[in-house]
Design a protein around this ligand. Sequence first.
Ligand code: RFL
Ligand code: PHB
Length: 388
Amino acid sequence: MRTQVVIVGGGPAGTLLARLLAAEGIESVVLELRSRDHVLSRIRAGVLEQGSVEVLSSIGLGGRIARDGFVHGGVNLAFANRMFRVDFEGLVRRSVTIYGQTEVQKHLYEACDRSGQEIHFEAEEVKLFDLDTTNPFATSVINGQLHRVEGDFIAGCDGGHGVSRTMIPNPRTYERVYPFGWLGILSETPPVNDELIYNNHERGFALCSMRNPNLSRYYLQCPLETTVEDWPDDRFWEELKRRLPTRTAEGLVAGASIEKSITPLRSMVTEPMSHGRLYLAGDAAHIVPPTGAKGLNLAISDVVYLARALAEHYRRGSDEALSRYSETALGRVWKAVRFSWWMTTLMHRFEDQGSFGQRVQEAELDYLASSPAAQTAMAENYTGLPID
Ligand code: RFL
Ligand code: PHB
């Protein structure tokens, strides 16, 4: 097979990149390790920045998101049995949209189907070759047969455990591993609140989120050693109630969980994000803890930069933007890494923080509750810095 851009990974970064390139008349082939059903069964992100919605609208997905998504003009932060709201619309005239990553992924696959985009699912043992030449290629075992896909460029969009990252020689890796995870459940119950609530509590962080008026998503900070078997539904609901402000807890509707999973929290950045004709995008290059709701949004901004740079190569014969891709993407990435780290540090319970640490967190939350300046900084970052 021969194409212009070989895309490794058919998650949000890979499939959105394929759509953005197609809009510029650039051909690509996507190689995805898993089956389509498997990718669509993963419950992940739920918050789209305003800029992400604009990007998805530019490839024709705006109607669905406007119809089924929920625009939130703010979020709530709770601590010490108090709760306050950060009014994004009032402070920065921006909002976020609650819309499941699974739905975004489904729409992206459907858009690919309609346009005849080549996606090979269950593409195993992907290996990359000749990255520092103008004819890089990938090999993969598909349906038991070895295939070779040649391209002008390779986009590494294969997530946190992919092969692309390992092909960057002598990378600089920056990492922070948090000593806890998030235990998440999805339940067919009405959300406890019409907007998100991030809860700081002595027993650990809790998050109240949702997908639609009868589908709630809740998370609890949990020890790394815990397993989902340790957390029957009753235990989950009881613990969640204890971590919410009393009035909120009173309105919580419990029900059977339809999904339960544990995610360890970490921050990780690999630099540079390119080598020769290989360009990394999304989780393949960086991981953020989910507290700031940034992972999917960064995958989107990376591929916007990459698609633009590739378009400049094909349209104008200029490699200027490609040569600056890593630097451009990392500028935005590090600010989101900083914000996610800040929110994680502010909202979670750390074993070694003691009562002093808890009071310092509460003082910062008290300050945030009363300071429009502090709230504006949060609102600007949460709703998303510009993709320029
Ligand atoms: P993905 O989604 O991991 O997709 C990578 C794809 O590559 C495939 N793959 C390979 N393909 C070929 N060959 C190989 N060797 C391969 N190895 C892997 C994989 O099967 C997969 O299909 O990365 P991508 O596209 O960069 O997208 C990133 C986002 O998925 C991720 O950042 C977000 O889900 C993070 N995240 C959140 N982000 C937000 O913006 N807002 C949120 O509210 C939010 N909440 C979350 C989250 C992530 C979570 N978990 C489970 C990690 C909540 C959670 C709980
Ligand atoms: C979610 O709804 O899954 C969600 C929302 C906000 C976050 C992380 C996850 O910060």
